[in-house]
Design a protein around this ligand. Structure first.
Ligand code: SF4
Ligand code: SF4
Ligand code: SF4
Length: 178
């Protein structure tokens, strides 16, 4: 069984938002919403400042509060550890939205809660997620943490990285190379 993850190189990301546009087109994300977004984080103190640019989305957490709190089972961990929402089972109660420390979910105009799916429909076809596939700087990588030879594992062995809000205890599976 795979354990899918994303590794994103913040040194290569230029904040072009092609990943955001690709996601909207691939997943028919309605106007006014997005499943991924760009964050520009400034660190340090003047004159030694640096900016980390990140493409963020659902972290497909291994210890996902959105799954634990869902009263209907709509939010679940699916094949490869991908966190998904079964639209037919979702009542739109928003408990998962309140529990997600990453603000990764939104209410779709059709009434169910939506978010990044790691493009599971593409992954099942052996393709990279749309955002990964279009990135012009090739800063995004997708693969299996359980495969020691995967590119994501190689990058995590060779580079410094961080994940978002580790103190939340969610064990996110989107990693940012620094
Ligand atoms: Fe759930 Fe939020 Fe983690 Fe995604 S990032 S799995 S929505 S807690
Ligand atoms: Fe579950 Fe839907 Fe409620 Fe979220 S909004 S907790 S997915 S029933
Ligand atoms: Fe959107 Fe797919 Fe990328 Fe998730 S993996 S942000 S659904 S394009």
């Amino acid at each position: 069984m795979a354990r899918y993850a994303m590794v994103i190189d913040t040194k290569r990301c230029v904040g072009c938002a092609d990943c955001v546009v690709a996601c909207k087109l691939e997943n028919n994300v309605p106007d006014g919403f997005c499943r991924d977004w760009i964050v520009e984080d400034v660190h340090g103190a003047f004159p030694k400042l640096y900016m980390e640019i990140r493409s963020e989305r659902c972290n497909h957490c291994e210890n996902a509060p959105c799954v634990r709190c869902c009263p209907t089972g709509a939010s679940h961990i699916d094949v490869g550890g991908i966190v998904l929402v079964d639209h037919d089972e979702c009542t739109g109660c928003k408990a998962c939205i309140a529990s997600c420390p990453y603000d990764a979910r939104f209410v779709h105009p059709d009434g169910y809660v939506d978010k990044c799916t790691f493009c599971v429909h593409r992954v099942k076809e052996g393709l990279d997620p749309a955002c990964v596939a279009v990135c012009p700087t090739k800063c995004m990588h997708f693969g299996d943490l359980d495969d020691p030879d995967s590119e994501v594992n190689k990058l995590l062995r060779e580079r410094h990285y961080h994940a978002l809000l580790p103190e939340a205890g969610t064990r996110p599976k989107v990693f940012y190379l620094t």
